[in-house]
Design a protein around this ligand. Sequence first.
Ligand SMILES: NC(=O)N[C@@H](CC(=O)O)C(=O)O
Ligand SMILES: [Zn+2]
Ligand SMILES: [Zn+2]
Length: 345
Amino acid sequence: MNSITLTRPDDWHLHLRDGEVLPAVVPASARQMGRAIIMPNLKPPVTTTEQALAYRERILAAVPAGNDFEPLMTLYLTDRTSAEEIERAHASGLVQAVKLYPAGATTNSDSGVTDLANCDAAIAAMARLGMPLLVHGEVTDAEIDIFDREAVFIERVMKPLLDRHPSLKVVFEHITTADAAAFVAAAPASVAATITAHHLLFNRNRMLVGGIRPHYYCLPILKRERHRQALLEAATSGSGKFFLGTDSAPHAQGDKESACGCAGAYTAPAALEFYATAFEQAGALERLEGFASHHGPAFYGLPRNTGTVTLVRDPWTLPETLPYTVNQAIVPLQAGETLDWKLKE
Ligand SMILES: NC(=O)N[C@@H](CC(=O)O)C(=O)O
Ligand SMILES: [Zn+2]
Ligand SMILES: [Zn+2]
């Protein structure tokens, strides 16, 4: 196969940041995706409907003319999020979901939830309104090994949460383990997962063998090969529970190439190319459209996009850097490497 045309996909997990970098990163996603679920982990976090709607306007101002990319907004859940705030968010029609960051789990999660018991009223309102809870599923306890934090989260947090709120819609974001893939596959239809392209393509060797490669450092951290295989199997299974979420997470070059580098891989500029590479390696290119364009809207109760995108086999090399802030560039994942697939303009 040398060309593949898909219903225009959506990105169900995307970081765009704010301010001066919006014009640098928004067009990369708008070129590829019809819509994207926008993560709320700004500084300060997007905790109110009012903030989410203002942020949406700033994103829209950075969308190139003639492009109808639609940002789907989220609220950042805190210990103090009220049921009223959830109702306001839902009533706006522009906030689609609420994001749970366990406090301290990842980039800008300091204001995250310290104990889910504090969020009972907000979560009950979400369950009632059919608003999905998007979960960064890692425990933060210092004694739990970083490679085990997702698996432990399932037992300690995810299962009790679903026992307490069985009708809550949950997206287990950026799953990275065989444990999470199996858990989601066995859960009711109200539980789904996003999978990044980098977790489908790479195991932890890519980050650590032959030198430490900070651009492959993201959270949840890349795992061993057995887990990558399980994720590929889930993504290419045809199950509607698994869908595309890049977790493209831009950080300036100097914040990644550092003695204490930030977590996050910038994948938006070649997101569909990365996914096509992974699906082709699994011999499942024909399953890419369901994963990228059909399963997400079905779970969120939204219509599919109407347009199409076409990927062609036309090798190209990712730039070493792209413009980001006034002083700093950004390094896309696989910078300087050649990809087989290319999104046709
Ligand atoms: N994935 C990451 O490594 N980083 C994300 C946060 C997140 O999605 O956990 C970021 O905002 O930089
Ligand atoms: Zn996360
Ligand atoms: Zn993320």
